[in-house]
Design a protein around this ligand. Structure first.
Ligand SMILES: [Zn+2]
Length: 404
């Protein structure tokens, strides 16, 4: 059993949890000042004011942590962090006014990353990914979702999914990794259409890997000129055989009824939503599907942001994630993304923190973390700061410290 005492604050998010992460006011953070907590490896036993610590815990050895803030664990619920090469030159070209279409036409863009990823050995990709995860962990992020999807062939996507599983074993339990199968990221040109690619690569590979129980979720790029509604339903039906939930890249480039489709299919999340319709917003609000916003992408590419306030006001459950990837959001720090975007998206402090803890955990199907309440799992982040306000106020300054 472990005990921390005299934390400047514990940010429990108990109010947010009680409201299922929706329609949050700043008070829903439920902050305890001069706080204490008792927990073992599996469960939070007790949380409250240090002065109120029950008698049975008084004799426990403890750590004194004044000047520190304990929050529910930061979760980055959307990354594509296993990739080879970089697209720094391409980013510069974009800044200099070259359209993505002409970059893609000469072999740049996602297909460049696919070629760079395929050219790496598994060991080299593993080591690159370990370095990236260590860096993300240093920001206080303890749960990271990782999607495959830069292989786009049977052999390469199989290797990537197994590699993400190796990463999961390597980092457990300190960093919890969620393995998302996203062979349906883009269609290589050697397939006639997406249905052909689904039939020859995505479905057979999921049928092969599903029984191994290493896949936590599946994801698909549902957009005009990419994967169709029929492709999404086909993916969902294969995933269901293995009790694996679906997530969707939805309504990013066009309003494609992706949000409604995600809600209808009981998806864990619908991600991006830059072009989501009012009908799509209403569908999400009436569902348990999390609306995951990825403001890093809009900042990186100079696009307008998603209609966060409309989603929140409608009662949707909103999460924020980094979308860390080499092409459209080369940022690995979800707290930085949330801190910068909160004012632009008009989020209050409870919406901001629920977006990168409670709701982000729910976007991964993790219902037993995301708040600091007795009975939940003891997954926390710790910051050297006098109060929560200082963490997001200090954009990009890393105040995270290792838990004692
Ligand atoms: Zn993505």
């Amino acid at each position: 059993m472990k005990c921390y005492k005299h934390l400047s604050q514990i940010v429990t998010l108990a109010g947010a949890a009680a409201k299922d992460g929706r329609r949050l006011n700043p008070e829903d953070l439920h902050i305890i000042e001069d706080a204490a907590i008792v927990f073992d490896d599996e469960t939070i036993e007790w949380v409250g004011k240090t002065a109120d610590l029950p008698a049975q815990y008084q004799k426990l050895p403890f750590h004194r942590l004044p000047g520190h803030v304990l929050t529910p664990e930061l979760v980055d619920s959307h990354t594509h962090l296993v990739f080879g090469g970089d697209r720094a030159e391409e980013y510069t070209e974009r800044l200099n006014g070259v359209p993505y279409e002409s970059i893609a036409a000469r072999g740049g863009g996602i297909l460049y990353t696919v070629a760079q990823t395929r050219s790496q050995t598994e060991e080299a990709l593993f080591n690159l990914s370990v370095d990236r995860i260590n860096q993300i962990s240093a920001y206080g992020v303890g749960t990271i979702e990782i999607k495959s999807g830069y292989g786009l062939s049977l052999e390469s996507e199989r290797m990537l999914t197994k590699l993400i599983h190796r990463l999961k074993l390597h980092f457990s339990p300190k960093v919890q990794i969620i393995n998302t199968f996203m062979a349906a990221h883009d269609r290589p040109k050697d397939f006639i259409d997406t249905a052909d690619y689904m039939a020859k690569v995505v479905k057979p590979l999921l049928d092969e890997l599903g029984p191994l129980k290493i896949i936590d979720a599946v994801d698909i790029f549902h957009e005009k000129n990419y994967f169709t509604t029929e492709d999404v339903k086909a993916l969902k039906s294969v995933a269901s055989k293995y009790q694996v939930s679906i997530k969707l890249h939805a309504d990013e480039l066009n309003d494609n009824d992706g949000a409604k489709l995600a809600a209808d299919l009981d998806a864990l999340s619908a991600d991006h939503l830059l072009k989501v319709s009012d009908e799509g917003i209403a569908s999400l609000a009436a569902s348990s599907t999390v609306a995951t916003l990825l403001p890093g992408t809009a900042f990186f590419l100079g696009k307008p942001l998603a209609p966060a306030r409309k989603l929140l006001n409608a009662g949707a459950k909103v999460a924020l994630a980094s979308d860390f990837n080499p092409g459209s959001s080369h940022v690995d720090n979800v707290l930085l993304v949330a801190s910068i975007s909160a004012a632009q998206l008009k989020l209050n402090q409870a919406e901001l923190w629920a977006g990168i803890t409670l709701n982000a955990a729910h976007a991964l199907g993790l219902k037993s973390q995301g708040a600091i309440i007795a009975g939940l799992r003891p997954r926390f982040s710790l910051f050297r700061a006098p109060g929560l306000a200082h963490i997001t106020y200090n954009w990009g300054k890393n105040l995270s410290v290792t838990l004692p």
